[in-house]
Write a protein that binds this ligand. Structure first.
Ligand code: TPP
Ligand code: MG
Length: 362
């Protein structure tokens, strides 16, 4: 069974419904994510942060997901590359730096997790575990709860194509298909799982072909084209919201960096192939689209870049000035309440999404 093409799935040009303000907001978010991502690479190479994993090249489908969901109502279980999605869902640039620097006010984990494990309770952005694919059955379970409660909501998760080889993917999609859940799975197919290429991962052209086996449409689309991505994702969200069941969305995209700051992709990736992929970079494509629509010009783009860099400087300074977690509170939120060795530990609480005062049991 071949994957569906966007034109076989999309019944309405949803992107045409986006107002000029929404398009400008979307574009600003993509540019902000790109510049923030680039800053993290610089900080890593300067030895100022320990780790970074990048969304560069994958922003169009990620942004489309962030724009298609109802913020604070629908649930999103992110992929670790989803920087622009989480910004669209309300995470602040300063929060990204708080996580990257491992500061106490990091809203994801209070500086205890690796960066990129995004979490914002008030936006129903659910943190991911480091083992890949665990978010898929968690998302299916959430979609099951939504269905039982009869709410007009959806639960969406994202992951890489390599992670679809994990059993969790099968279990989550099968459950969602059997129960016809308001569930969406977006596979960001960047054709590599660290160094392992797609054709060593699966014998089909891409994960979307597997939708048929789970009883849901599998749609392969250009994940580097914001408008096509938005049309497919919005259609799938609306379909799931009205009770017409789950969808498997395969965003064909490009990883334009090494896997992470700790990877040297020159050992396994042909430079000519990478250069060719750069022609598909989603950011210049969205820049051009807005310029063609008369919403932006070259001078306006330069001004926007300057404004965004200043915003990033400000966010970075805020995070840099923030305190680190206290050493004696290192176990809080890591272990369940009780005692660990000779230490008594209290569970982590989330009043209003903020880290609570981390008092020790006496
Ligand atoms: C269960 C598990 N196995 C291995 C890893 C190590 N690991 C982290 S990312 C990754 C590659 C994932 O590739 P893919 O799913 O294609 O996502 P991408 O990084 O390309 O976006 C691996 C093997 C892990 N985190 N969890
Ligand atoms: Mg991949």
């Amino acid at each position: 069974m071949d994957a569906l093409l966007p034109q076989e799935f999309v019944t309405h040009d949803h992107a045409a419904d986006l107002s000029a303000e929404e398009l400008l907001r979307a574009h600003r978010l993509m540019l902000l994510a790109r510049k923030l991502d680039e800053r993290c690479w610089i900080l890593h190479r300067q030895g100022k942060i320990a780790f970074h994993i990048s969304g560069i090249g994958q922003e169009a489908c990620q942004l489309a997901a962030g724009m298609a969901l109802q913020v604070g109502r629908d649930y999103y279980f992110p992929h670790y590359r989803d920087l622009v999605t989480v910004l669209a869902l309300g995470v602040r640039p300063a929060d990204i730096f708080l996580g990257t620097y491992g500061k106490a006010a990091d809203p994801s984990s209070g500086g205890r997790q690796m960066p990129n494990h995004y979490n914002l309770a008030s936006s129903r952005l659910v943190t991911l575990s480091s083992p890949t694919t665990t978010q898929v059955p968690q998302c299916a379970g959430t979609a099951f709860a939504i269905k039982l409660q009869g709410e007009p909501l959806v639960a969406m998760c994202a992951l890489g194509e390599g992670a679809t080889s994990q059993g969790d993917w099968h279990e989550g999609l099968n459950w969602a298909g059997v129960h016809k859940l308001p569930f969406l799975c977006m596979v960001e197919n960047n054709h590599y799982a660290i160094s392992v290429p797609l054709d060593k991962q699966m014998a089909v052209a891409g994960p979307a072909e597997r939708g048929y086996a789970y009883g849901m449409p599998g749609i392969a689309f250009d994940g580097n084209d914001f408008f096509e991505s938005y049309n497919v994702i919005k259609e799938a969200v609306e379909r799931a919201r009205r009770g017409d069941g789950p969808a498997l969305l395969e965003a064909r995209t490009t990883r334009l960096t090494a896997h992470s700051s700790d990877d040297d992709d020159r050992t396994y990736r042909d430079r000519a192939e990478l250069e060719a992929q750069k022609q598909r970079d989603p950011l210049p494509r969205l820049n051009r689209a807005l310029i063609q629509r008369g919403l932006l010009d070259e001078a306006g783009l330069k001004r926007l870049e300057k404004e965004i860099l200043a915003e990033i400087d400000h966010a970075q300074a805020e995070a840099l000035a923030a305190p680190y977690p206290l050493a004696e509170e290192a176990l809080v939120g890591v272990f369940e309440a009780g005692s660990v060795g000779d230490r008594a530990v209290r569970a982590w609480r989330w009043p209003g999404g903020q880290l609570s005062s981390l008092a020790k049991e006496s």
